[in-house]
Write a protein that binds this ligand. Structure first.
Ligand code: B16
Ligand code: MG
Length: 217
């Protein structure tokens, strides 16, 4: 029996990827190089320090650990400037109504995100109150595809992974869910999310009952 839904944040509830991209681009440009939107796709679900390592690799730049920490903090300041301007318009299509419906029906709801800014982003779009538990980058020690973030979410809700559905837009996030024994719904394209139990392009025009029927079969 499904009791809970665990949601990734960026790419599932809100589209913060465009702000991460803009802030990382600013850093790359300041260091004298650029990277593409296609390369940016690879950063989805990747932690802050994991992201800077990938980006510096694309620019062929070597920095000391101390310099990396300084640039990652600068990127985060730029990212926070974008976050401050966010409002409910940034919620991805269907996400608000879907989560509201889950709450009305008594499902447990938690967040499982790599971001250390998850609480702020959820507050800006006025969705923080829906989430009973928030497991984010301030609490985890292992990155997706490790299932830790979702295992912690399930444990906090006192549910078994087999009673939870994970909603994820990143390939590594779907792998994390599957490895942890969760049902998985990939948000995006079957091209890279084909390993999910179900792939959806958005949370619009779909009910939790339809999703459960599909993932359980
Ligand atoms: P922060 P998610 C992830 O969010 C983003 O997809 C990824 O691009 C970002 O680097 C990561 O959070 C860390 O974010 O710098 O705010 O701690 O998809 O796991 O909700
Ligand atoms: Mg994501």
């Amino acid at each position: 029996m499904i009791k809970a839904c665990l949601f990734d944040l960026d790419g599932v509830i809100v589209d913060t990827a465009k702000y991460h991209f803009a802030a990382w681009k600013k850093m790359a440009n300041a260091l004298g190089f650029d990277f593409s939107e296609k390369e940016n796709e690879q950063l989805k679900g990747v932690s802050r320090m994991g992201s800077i390592n990938l980006i510096l690799g694309w620019g062929g730049i070597t920095l000391t650990e101390e310099e990396k920490i300084k640039w990652a903090a600068q990127k985060n300041d730029w990212y926070l400037e974008f976050l401050q301007q966010m409002d409910q318009k940034e919620i991805l299509p269907g996400a608000l109504a879907f989560v509201q419906d889950l709450q009305n029906k008594g499902y447990r709801i938690a967040l499982g995100s790599a971001s250390k800014n998850a609480v702020l982003a959820l507050s800006k779009v006025e969705m923080l109150h829906f989430f009973e538990e928030i497991i984010d980058g301030t609490k985890t020690t292992k990155s997706k595809p490790d299932p830790q973030v979702f295992q912690m979410g399930a444990a906090a809700l006192d549910c078994d992974p087999s009673e939870c559905i994970v909603f994820e837009d990143a390939e590594s996030g779907v792998t994390a869910a599957n490895t942890g024994g969760f049902y998985s719904v990939g948000m995006g394209s079957p091209e890279n999310l084909g390993h999910a139990n179900l792939v959806l392009s958005s949370l619009e025009n779909i009910t939790i009952e339809e999703i459960i029927e599909s993932v359980l079969q």
